[in-house]
Ligand binder design. Structure first.
Ligand code: ADP
Length: 563
């Protein structure tokens, strides 16, 4: 094999290895990307603060009003040929007619965009699109003129009729207005937020360059973008970003998170300090106070010192906020621990109380039953009634205490979680409910259920309670109950579906609370503990339980268990 073919083989192997490595990395990259995206949007922290959003929107409104005023003011300058209305100082380039029209149109669109809700906003939508379109079209027209070397004002004889200098807008202005026009058109389109942010930040940067040029009297800028146009483009660009301060990039700036607070403190300083210092350096040099190198050194030191001050201030307030947060966290932990302790005490109390009450209650109910059996014939009807009520009350109380004991026992005796075959568990539940199933003529079906990690005695309680309820709350129709399961990424989703009387949606969470019932004892017997027991067991297994139901249609109880 000659050297060139061996090199080709080596290269081929190398490429193959690289491709294999990339393939290996792909899932890892995808995982990291997904995790980063999740980290990026912690909704509870990043939510924009409404009061701050409102002040940003106010800024946006004022920016649009200023743009309209400047545009009109310049148009009047052209109509009545008053130079001072077209430019703030002689020697500066004048704002052209198309620039003034674009200012009015863009300002108008931005102003109307503040109305976000209601019929008015809907009616304004086409007008906003029209104004934004005019802004973009005028800018595009100027850009085309620059690209192809046209001068439409000259061709159409406008320059000779109107006052001198009434030609196309500056090239930089046309770029700025084009970006503004497009941003205004797509501002409320979903998933276009990034484009709006990008375009407006570029147009703001272009106009800021022009403003800095005017501030430092840099020749090319004075001849390029007129000062009025630079101010309008800068204000409208910032106004567009602030108009939707509750979403995208701005949501982070307006949020109450540490990042948002820092951003609001640092942003004005970052914008203003270098501009102001640069201006001071320039003026100092012009007045002959110092030469350029010394000016630069002074500027740099002043810049560094001021930024250090701003950062120190920011860090200080961050530190204060962090201390407060830690304090609040500590207090929260303390309260949670106290709550857990008092909960455990209460549960212990409920257990002991119900356990100790059982004995005397059994004695009472036994005695009353004997009274009923032995003397029901000898006593009068009134006494018979009283004894009957007492026996019923004692039996009810016994059931209630038994249920309460079951409920409080759940947290006191926690058996370790071991593999439990759910098919087996459901079979046992059905065997326990055999009489009720036969009486109700229920048709019960079930999927092939998995083996899960759990406490099989407690899981039996869950399935039995849910199936028992399905039987108890049946309707006139033939009762059909289905026990189903669905495999999900990290858990099993179990369901017990019936075609019974159903539950109104507003009670969907209430029924899982202890002693909460939707019916009187006369309608359906029960203590209102069954579903609370199910909830406690499912949560002890790390799952969730809920119901989806429609009155008269039936109910489906869902619960999850870890795989
Ligand atoms: P109990 O059945 O003892 O009243 P539960 O805690 O088991 O207590 O149920 C609470 C309430 O939820 C019941 O009173 C009933 O109104 C409602 N409920 C439970 N299961 C169903 C079901 N399958 N269909 C309709 N309603 C139900």
């Amino acid at each position: 094999m000659n050297s060139s073919s061996s090199r080709t083989v080596k290269n081929g192997l190398l490429i193959k290895r690289i491709v294999e490595r990339i393939a290996e990395f792909k899932p890892r990259l995808r995982f990291r990307w997904a995790r980063w995206r999740k980290l990026k949007e912690p909704a509870h922290i990043e939510a924009a603060a409404p009061r701050i959003v409102d002040s940003f929107r106010n800024f946006s409104k004022w920016a649009s009003i200023i743009a309209i005023i400047v545009g009109y003011h310049v148009l009047l300058g052209w109509i009545f040929d008053i130079q001072i209305l077209r430019t703030p100082a002689t020697g500066f380039s004048t704002m052209k007619v198309d620039e003034a029209l674009s200012s009015v149109a863009a300002g108008g669109a931005l102003y109307m965009l503040q109305m976000r809700r209601g019929a008015m906003a809907r009616k304004l939508r086409p007008i906003i699109q029209f104004c934004a379109g005019v802004t973009a079209l005028l800018a595009l027209l100027a850009l085309l003129q620059y690209t192809f070397g046209w001068n439409l004002a000259q061709t159409w004889g406008l320059e000779s009729q109107g006052p001198s200098g009434m030609s196309r807008m500056a090239l930089t202005s046309s770029l700025g207005f084009l970006m503004i026009g497009v941003s205004l058109m797509i501002l409320d389109r979903p998933r276009r937020q990034r484009w709006v942010e990008g375009l407006t930040l570029i147009s703001a940067a272009i106009s800021m360059l022009a403003i800095a040029g005017y501030l430092y009297q840099a020749e090319p800028f004075q001849r390029q973008m007129p000062l009025y146009a630079a101010v309008v483009i800068f204000l409208i660009s910032c106004g567009i970003i602030c108009a939707r301060a509750d979403c995208g990039l701005m949501a982070k700036v307006t949020s109450n998170s540490f990042g948002g607070i820092m951003a609001r403190r640092l942003l004005p300083a970052t914008l203003l300090i270098p501009l102001a210092l640069g201006w001071l350096q320039h003026e100092g040099q012009r007045a002959g106070l110092f030469a350029a190198p010394l000016g630069l050194a002074l500027f740099t030191v002043a810049d560094v010192s001021l930024f250090l001050l701003v950062i120190w201030w920011g860090v200080n307030s961050l530190h204060r906020m962090d201390t407060k947060r830690r304090q609040a966290e500590y207090e929260l932990q303390e309260t949670a621990a106290k709550l857990a302790r008092s909960n455990a005490d209460l549960e212990q109390f409920a257990y002991v109380a119900s356990h100790d009450l059982k004995e005397p209650l059994r004695a009472i109910s036994g005695s009353v039953q004997i009274l009923q059996e032995r003397y029901s014939k000898t006593l009068n009807q009134d006494a018979d009634e009283v004894i009957k009520h007492t026996v019923e009350g004692a039996t009810r109380m016994q059931t209630l205490i038994d249920d309460l004991l079951t409920y409080s026992r759940l947290s006191i005796r926690e058996a370790p979680l071991e593999p439990a075959d759910c098919s087996q568990v459901v079979q046992t539940a059905l065997a326990n409910l055999e009489t009720a199933i036969q009486e109700s003529k229920a048709v019960i079906s079930q999927d092939l259920l998995p083996v899960v990690k759990g406490d099989s005695t407690q899981l039996l309680q869950v399935f039995q309670n849910l199936i028992n309820n399905a039987i108890k709350y049946r309707s006139e129709r033939t009762l059909k109950v289905h026990v189903g399961v669905e495999e999900q990424a990290t858990e099993w989703l179990f369901s017990v579906r019936d075609n019974g009387i159903g539950i109104a949606p507003q009670y969907a969470t209430r029924i899982f609370r202890i002693f909460q019932r939707l019916h009187t004892r006369k309608e359906y017997s029960g203590t209102g503990i069954g579903l609370a027991v199910c909830k406690k067991i499912v949560e002890r297994h790390g799952g969730r339980i809920w119901v989806e139901s429609e009155p008269e249609e039936g109910s489906t109880f869902y619960f999850t268990l870890a795989k």
